[in-house]
Design a protein around this ligand. Structure first.
Ligand SMILES: [Zn+2]
Length: 225
C-alpha cells in the first residue's frame, strides 16, 4: 500500500519514465522489462590497474547506457530514492557472481569513498555509503568508514603557504581509524558511484594502502563519462 504522504508527493511532483516519458514512475513496467544494459568493461590491462592502485575493478553498469545514466542522475542530483530502489532491484541478480568472486578474494571490509561532510549534509545522503551498505547486506562483509574527505576549503585562510601546498598535492582523503584502530583490514573493497577518470578512487586506495591495507579492490555502480 502506498502511503498518503507518498501519494501527495507524487501528485505534486509527478514522475516520468526516464526511457519513454510516460507518467507514473521513473521506469515504467514496459521499459523495465525491455531494459537490458550491456555489461560494462572492467579494468583489465595491468597498466590501467597499476595506475588505479586497485587489484581489480568491477563496474556494474555502463554509464553510456541512457537508462542507467538517467537513473543514477535522478538519484544523485534530484535525490530521488526511487531511482536507487530500481537500480538495486535490477542489479541484485547479477551480483551473485560478484559476491562469489569477492568471497574468494577474502575481502574483510567494504569501504565507501566519502563525500565531504558538507556535501553529505546538503544532499542528505552519500551515494557511495548507500551502495556500500547495500553490498554489505548482500555479502555479509562489514562496512567500515575508513576514509574521511579532507576539508580543503574554508580553512585556507588559517594555513601557511607550505600547508596549502601540501594540501593541494596530498590525497583529498585521510584515514579514519574510528571503527577500531588496532585492526586494520588487509583486503578491502572500495566503493563509489561512478568511475570516470579513476583519480578519486586511486587517491582513496593510496590513502588506505599508506595506512596498512594490503590490497584494494574497487566497485562502482557505473563506469564511463
Ligand atoms: Zn517507459
Amino acid at each position: 500500500m502506498v502511503d498518503l504522504g507518498q501519494r501527495i508527493l507524487e501528485a505534486v511532483f509527478p514522475r516520468f519514465c526516464v526511457d519513454c516519458g510516460v507518467e507514473g514512475s521513473l521506469l515504467c513496467g514496459a521499459c523495465d522489462a525491455g531494459w537490458n544494459p550491456e555489461k560494462p568493461k572492467v579494468l583489465e590491462s595491468e597498466e590501467e590497474l597499476r595506475e588505479s592502485e586497485l587489484r581489480k575493478l568491477w563496474a556494474l553498469l555502463p554509464y553510456a547506457n541512457p537508462v542507467a545514466r538517467e537513473l543514477i542522475t535522478s538519484w544523485k542530483y534530484n535525490y530521488d530514492q526511487s531511482a536507487w530502489e530500481i537500480l538495486k532491484k535490477r542489479l541484485a541478480p547479477q551480483l551473485a557472481t560478484f559476491v562469489l568472486t569477492l568471497g574468494m578474494n577474502k575481502v574483510e571490509a567494504i569501504v565507501p569513498l566519502p563525500l565531504s561532510k558538507q556535501r553529505k549534509c546538503e544532499r542528505g545522503f552519500d551515494q557511495a555509503e548507500e551502495i556500500a551498505k547495500w553490498l554489505s547486506k548482500l555479502t555479509g562483509v562489514p562496512m567500515m568508514s575508513l576514509l574521511e574527505k579532507r576539508r580543503t576549503v574554508g580553512h585556507q585562510a588559517d594555513r601557511s603557504v607550505e600547508e596549502r601546498l601540501a594540501a593541494m598535492v596530498d590525497s583529498p582523503f585521510s584515514f579514519s581509524a574510528s571503527p577500531d584502530p588496532s585492526s586494520c583490514p588487509q583486503r578491502v573493497l572500495l566503493v563509489d558511484d561512478v568511475w570516470t577518470t579513476g583519480a578519486t578512487m586511486a587517491a582513496g586506495a593510496r590513502t588506505l594502502k599508506a595506512a596498512g591495507v594490503e590490497e584494494v579492490f574497487g566497485l562502482t555502480l557505473a563506469r564511463g563519462k
